[in-house]
Design a protein around this ligand. Sequence first.
Ligand code: GLV
Ligand code: GLV
Length: 316
Amino acid sequence: MNKIFVTRQLPNEELVKKLEKFFIVDVWKGENPPSKKILKARSKGCWGLLTMLTEKIDLDIISDNPSLKIIANMAVGYDNIDIQAANRFSIKVTNTPDVLTKSTAELTIALIFMMAKRLQEGNLAIRNNEWGPWHPSWMLGKDLDNSKLGIIGPGKIGHEVAKIAKSLNMQVMYYGKKTKKNFPGNFVNLENLLKNADFISIHLSLNKETTKFLNMDHFTMMKNDAVLINTSRGQIINQSDLENALKKKIIGGAALDVTDPEPLPATSELLKMQNVFISPHLGSATKKTRLAMASLAIKNLIELNAGRKPPNMVNE
Ligand code: GLV
Ligand code: GLV
């Protein structure tokens, strides 16, 4: 039997048992990710790896493993894996698309509501004993109805966000390469989107082209009450530019489920701002979705082991 290393504990033991029908399975049981040294040592001699986005699979690990045939990432993003190195050594890389689309889109919409209704600011005001008698013009937020949502990165998640947004009567526009036929809304250029949107939501995958893609040039184009939402990867935003833009009130606020780095240190300037809401990378964090992600990663391993093409290869 081929050997695989599973870099974190899976949602349940059944999944491990399923793997054990096909493979010799080594699971890293630590609460935290394995260190680089451990990762390298435990990957040694493996035919496959089942990895999470916390494990950096670089040229060093890949080139050290002549028996390695597949890296099954339990995430839709695969920026943690050096794809070029995997290609060089003919290693198949798979991800877990589709199964987390709804969860991530729901979280995105939750963040939009959170910011529009100023829920965090209101809650903080109460906790700080600043809630006075009802006031006609205190803590006024925005209606989503008839507001403009700009989606940067119209992939599966962006499409799902648009569908929900349309049902809330938001006007949706997109920037990016069309990935499906029937997107609800218009494709515009980036400048147009930035200048007109009330809410701007990022749904790009992280790679060389998208690293620090959004910077001060873009923030200055945005409306001064625009809200930026990011549920993709923190590195897509130039975060120090964003901090400055928020401090100088160049934009209205930001809700970030992803940051650079992660975890974001509790001392971060961003956490001192009332109009910034940060959640700890919860896009796919539901029981149902994590189970589906793990099952799909396992399926990719099993299919290749049976001599078939894994269903979710990203480096064809
Ligand atoms: C989560 O961030 C993922 O890429 O699945
Ligand atoms: C607000 O609470 C209202 O009654 O209008």
